[in-house]
Design a protein around this ligand. Structure first.
Ligand code: G3P
Ligand code: MG
Length: 372
């Protein structure tokens, strides 16, 4: 059967104006896949856009492996050509934090030492994992014993540091990065707590100042706590289970509750990147503009990217991010919510999308018609 009506109308549109002045940003979990299972229509939608050289990027709050590895997985699952220049995951922007590349950082989350390897690939030279700390100090968290055999498969010796006025050799952590969902919330939360209450980020010390809400700035940074970065605020995400599962935002909420209980309400300052933040969407638009240039040569001012269709399943991250995004390049972002992920029909989305469609294929069909 020949091209459908929307494919025919698009083909006319491209031949007339040649370079499409629109593109797409696709969320992954709940739009293209549920865990490792492709969602119906996803492969057809992306393959069509690839065939017509309509630029698109994939923009996920997921992570836990290198961009190259995740892109290979997606390419295989969706049977469509995907390259790292059209892909962004939650922790991708951490690579830009060059001020920490030579410092000592704790990287939390993900399977085994995969995130440690990702951070090293970004240029971080001294990366420690909770597994490394637990293997060096097994009594630091008495309940991690069942996992000790897993940690021992990848743990590395801790960097040996002599820090002023502390035990002979100690570990000083300058920044903590949560790259992906922690696998052992207990160990990871306790290590973050230890470091945020420590003196100057030195593990095994306790600063009487940090967390004392009677001090200026509500007890924060009295004794130079490590910086705390999260890569994804999602409370829920759509996995292969039929009910939504807690995401990294769930761990953040648990840690904030722990901090509040332990300090009696002292200030906890952390930085969270990922959707719906403006910075994440700016990064995604830069990728999309680069992709469009590679597909269509040097598109100049007379062929600007005018509209981007953001297709997502989570109103709090995908829809809110697209609705609130202010492009420095003047593009307009149209949010399309699909019914294949976190959001359930029958409940008003917490952030109102421009359009609602059943799935990603219908979203692309609508958008191509609309962009005509
Ligand atoms: O951990 C993944 C989850 O937070 C959602 O990922 O692809 O829907 O942004 P995504
Ligand atoms: Mg999603």
């Amino acid at each position: 059967n020949g091209p459908s009506q929307w494919q025919r109308s698009f083909q006319t549109q491209v031949t007339q104006s040649k370079i499409p002045n629109f593109g797409f940003a696709f969320d992954i979990d709940g739009v293209l896949v549920r865990s490792s299972t492709p969602i119906s229509g996803a492969s057809k939608a992306l393959s069509y856009l690839q065939r017509e050289s309509i630029p698109f990027v994939l923009l996920t709050n997921g992570g836990g492996k290198s961009e190259a590895e995740r892109v290979r997985d997606l390419q295989e699952k969706l049977d469509v050509e995907i390259t790292t220049d059209m892909f962004m995951q939650s922790h991708t922007p951490f690579a830009e934090l060059r001020e920490y590349h030579d410092k000592t950082v704790l990287v939390v989350g993900g399977d085994y030492d995969k995130c440690q390897k990702v951070a090293q690939g970004y240029g971080f030279k001294n990366v420690v994992t909770p597994g490394d700390i637990y293997t060096a100090h097994p009594d630091i968290w008495p309940f991690a014993k069942p996992f000790s055999s897993v940690y021992s498969t990848f743990a590395k010796p801790l960097p040996r540091q002599i820090n002023p006025d502390t035990p002979a050799e100690s570990l000083k952590i300058d920044a903590i990065f949560v790259y992906n969902d922690p696998r052992d919330w207990g160990l990871d939360a306790h290590l973050i707590l230890d470091l945020m209450l420590s003196s100057h980020g030195i593990l095994g010390t306790l600063s009487p100042k940090n967390g004392d809400k009677n001090l200026p700035n509500n007890g924060y940074l009295q004794d130079s706590q490590p910086a705390l970065y999260y890569s994804n605020p999602d409370l829920w995400w759509a996995s292969s289970y039929h009910l939504n599962r807690l995401g990294q935002g769930g761990f953040q909420a648990a840690f904030a509750g722990l901090w509040n209980e332990v300090t009696g309400g002292a200030k906890l300052t952390s930085t969270t990147i990922g959707k719906p933040t403006q910075a994440t969407y700016e990064y995604a638009e830069t990728l999309l503009r680069g992709r469009r240039k590679r597909l269509w040569g040097q598109v100049g001012l007379n062929d600007p990217l005018r509209e981007v269709f953001m297709v997502g399943d989570n109103p709090e991250s995908d829809i809110r991010g697209a609705n609130e995004y202010r492009s420095p390049h003047g593009s307009v972002w149209t949010s399309i919510l699909v019914k294949t992920g976190v959001w359930r029909e029958g409940k008003e989305p917490s952030y109102k999308p421009d359009i609602i469609r059943e799935n990603v294929l219908e979203a692309v069909e609508w958008a191509v018609e609309d962009a005509r």
